[in-house]
Design a protein around this ligand. Sequence first.
Ligand code: ADP
Length: 422
Amino acid sequence: MSRRDTYLLVLSAVFIALVMFISSLTARAAVAIVILLFAAVFLFRLLSTKISPAPSPATGAERARAEEETTANIFALGKLFEATMGGMREGLLVVDQDMRVVASNKAAYGLFNPSRGKLEAQRLTELTRNPAIYSAFLDAINGMERSGVKVETHGPDKVIFDLRVVPLPGANGKAAQGALGVFIDITRIERLEHVRQEFLSNVSHELRTPLTAILAFVETLEAGAIDDAESAHRFLSIIRKNANRMDELIGDILELSAIEAGNVAVRTELVELKPVVTDVVASLAKKIEAKGVTIVNAIDSKAKVFADARRLEQMLTNLVENAIKFNRDNGEVTIRFEPGGGVGPGDRIEVEDTGEGIPSQHLERLFERFYRVDRARSREMGGTGLGLAIVKHLARAHGGEVTVASEVGNGSVFTIELPRER
Ligand code: ADP
């Protein structure tokens, strides 16, 4: 307690004594008010000493240094804030009450791509005509937080955003002074969701077709056909064919999802190519014979590739089987090997047919799951529509790629490219 505070206490005591001797009520009240004022000042001083106990810098130099430190801290914080906001993939946009941009980051700039240099000071209506964005910001300015607003950009590179806008309250919690919007890019998630839905509906459709046939023939048998030995036999073989189809389809779906999930280990080593091709051809002997095609195994006996032998065989089986299936009767299938250079493209294994070829508009999507040039015909031929998708995933699991070149009427060439030994 300082000396001045002691004087104050003594003075207050004197005043209290005076109050005791004053007879007039008004005078007593006046003195009491003065005492209370003194007490309040005293209390405030005491409290403020307790709240800020840190001693103020004694010298001017220390004070200057403290100020310098604070400025440096604020500057560093500003830089950190700027770097964080600038590096964010999410677009940030702050508008004031009049819907004018007061702050934004780089991602937001890319999103709106303003004709006038920068976003700041522009009205939201000048930046976008999208009513969803405008109404989300307007709601936030009126104090209502909005989230899950889906915003799509137009143009060739369509981008989909999830927009969340929160009100920025004014001082002392008064009504919103502006709004902060965060644009989160969900294009990839939306695309994956679309692919997933499409895959599910394809799978259901592919399974339902043979299942419907099975149920129909079972019903026919139950309705009496079972008593006619010849028809019963025929219907049972159709049921078997469709059940096999379902089995193959489920097998391929499981295989594909295992490869896609990375659960299929690809153990690469130097593999002699010619014997692998010979095995593939032998396993397809029945189909080769049925179609009357000639197989030309044009691979040098010294040719070696860096691959997982089992997976290589699986890829080649799918390609050679297609080359037979989509060939003309008595056509030809040639399997070639082109070794890659030391650097650049890897080794190439080509499977060429003399079939009907594939119109160019289909080539880009050919390796997608369930994509077929002629749906009904391909199904009739007994494929699952997943063969090429499996080849693509296996080639990529090897660090390679599969491509196709085709000429309608002249046939197609499928090429598996594998990296050289690493
Ligand atoms: P599928 O089980 O139908 O054969 P794939 O994924 O193996 O399924 O092939 C997809 C589609 O690509 C086929 O349905 C067919 O339309 C086309 N295709 C594949 N290979 C050839 C080829 N060698 N010649 C012509 N078309 C082909």
